[in-house]
Design a protein around this ligand. Structure first.
Ligand code: CA
Length: 421
């Protein structure tokens, strides 16, 4: 077992009940302090400035200042999986209720620990490459039924490989960033020619994404067994989508302007190490995948996922309750497939799962599926209804895993939609 994962560990920092950030989590993010950006971690309701902590010498390893005095976590996680495990273990020690080095150093605590509510989280990753998979069988079936043909909803290749496409890295933003309604071309079946204007079918896609902490060489592949060595952690991911733009443009080359106007991520990147206790078996894969896609043991994650929709000035309505354990293709399979042709990985790549949908009507991860493309509107708490996302609506995603009294979560991914410009 990874030492920092011990469910019996307790911290001298109080951790409220139902908090996503116990001593067993210790995620990485980036905080803004004045004009400076520092890499930080989080426990309970406190943020830990790792740049300040590093200067004290208490981290035990002589990290160069620029690893933590940095606008992004890339240089930090780029030290590699082993170094990140060591950093997390050391942080865990310093926060352990039985240890006093940091607990009794009140001056240092004042310099490096402050209430999370007083701190602005910045975009943590300089995203080098972004790939979006399509790993949920339920989602692919639902979308295939609506966009293609209910009788042949899953493409012939779907059960043989984790389908993905290359997305846009430049428009990935952090939680809290407003999303501007995109404009574009649309054409319904009834219209003879396309029209131009703001999308009328703005949607979210509930996803998880993993972030790489090691590069691979062009021409080489990463096996399913090696995949986790290349992955630092995971974020909540909202792959914003304009369904009307998407359905007009996507044949023959796939998603383009219906997707690349924005995707958003949670500000905290949760270490994959911290999620190890929550591994669970995925769906049975039939037919068996080709040898390069085969994995051993439980490779899915039992992470509860929720979406809330807050329409202007009213209480948020919970509209989705699902779980990442439903995903058909797992993370090692995604990374092995991505590199099997020799495609190289870079530090700071983001790989999203694809929309996560479960078997129930309320466990699907998009408005497209929840409302059957607007034909069955959702009722909101304030007696209004929604077919898709309206201007000034706020979409809130949450995710956490829970076992043996330990809850590891991502915090919230929150974005408000503003009118088209
Ligand atoms: Ca997607």
């Amino acid at each position: 077992m990874i030492r920092a994962n011990d469910p019996l560990l307790k911290s001298w920092v109080p951790v409220p009940e139902h908090c996503d950030f116990p001593i067993q989590n210790l995620p990485l993010g980036v905080i803004k302090r004045g004009d400076a950006y520092h890499v930080a971690s989080r426990i309970g309701d406190l943020v830990i400035d790792l740049a300040e902590l590093n200067k004290s010498g208490l981290l035990g390893v002589n990290y160069v200042d620029s690893v933590f005095e940095n606008e992004f976590i890339n240089d930090c996680i780029g030290l590699g999986k082993e170094m990140m495990r060591e950093l997390r273990n050391r942080l865990s020690q310093l926060l352990d209720e039985r240890r006093t080095e940091l607990k009794h150093n009140l001056d240092l605590r004042e310099q490096c620990m402050f209430p999370a509510k007083d701190v602005e989280l910045s975009m943590p990753i300089k995203v080098r490459n972004y790939t979006d998979f399509y790993s949920s069988k339920e989602h692919a079936t639902n979308v295939g039924s609506m966009f293609r043909d209910p009788a042949n909803a899953l493409p012939a290749n779907w059960k043989h490989l984790p389908i993905g496409y290359h997305g846009r890295a430049s428009s990935i933003v952090v939680s809290g960033t407003d999303i501007i309604r995109p404009k574009g071309q649309m054409k319904t079946a009834e219209q003879e020619v396309p029209v131009f204007g703001p999308t009328q079918q703005l949607d979210f896609e509930l996803e998880l994404a993993f972030v790489t902490c090691a590069a691979s060489n062009l021409g080489t592949s990463v096996s399913t067994d090696e995949a986790e060595d290349y992955i630092f952690g995971m974020v909540l991911f909202n792959d914003w989508s304009a369904r009307d733009i998407q359905s007009w443009e996507y044949v023959p080359l796939g998603p383009f302007l219906g997707k690349n106007f924005a995707s958003s991520i949670s500000g905290w990147v949760v270490p994959l190490d911290a999620l190890q206790p929550f591994k669970t078996a995925g769906p049975v894969q039939d037919p068996a995948p080709l040898p390069y896609l085969q994995t051993n043991g439980a490779q899915n994650y039992d992470i509860e996922l929720e979406v809330y929709l807050e329409t202007t000035r009213f209480m948020p309505t919970k509209i989705v309750q699902t779980n990442s354990k439903y995903l058909y293709w797992n993370i090692p399979q995604q990374l092995a497939h991505h590199t099997i042709n020799g495609c190289n990985l870079q530090v700071g790549d983001v790989y999203a799962s694809g929309t996560i949908s479960g078997p129930e009507r309320s466990s699907v991860g998009s408005m497209l599926e929840l409302t059957r493309r607007g034909s069955e509107p959702l009722q909101m708490m304030n007696n209004t209804e929604r077919k898709f996302i309206m201007d000034h609506d706020t979409v809130i995603m949450k995710g956490f895993a829970q076992k043996n009294g330990v809850r590891i979560g991502f915090g919230e991914l929150v974005n408000t939609v503003l009118p088209a410009i």
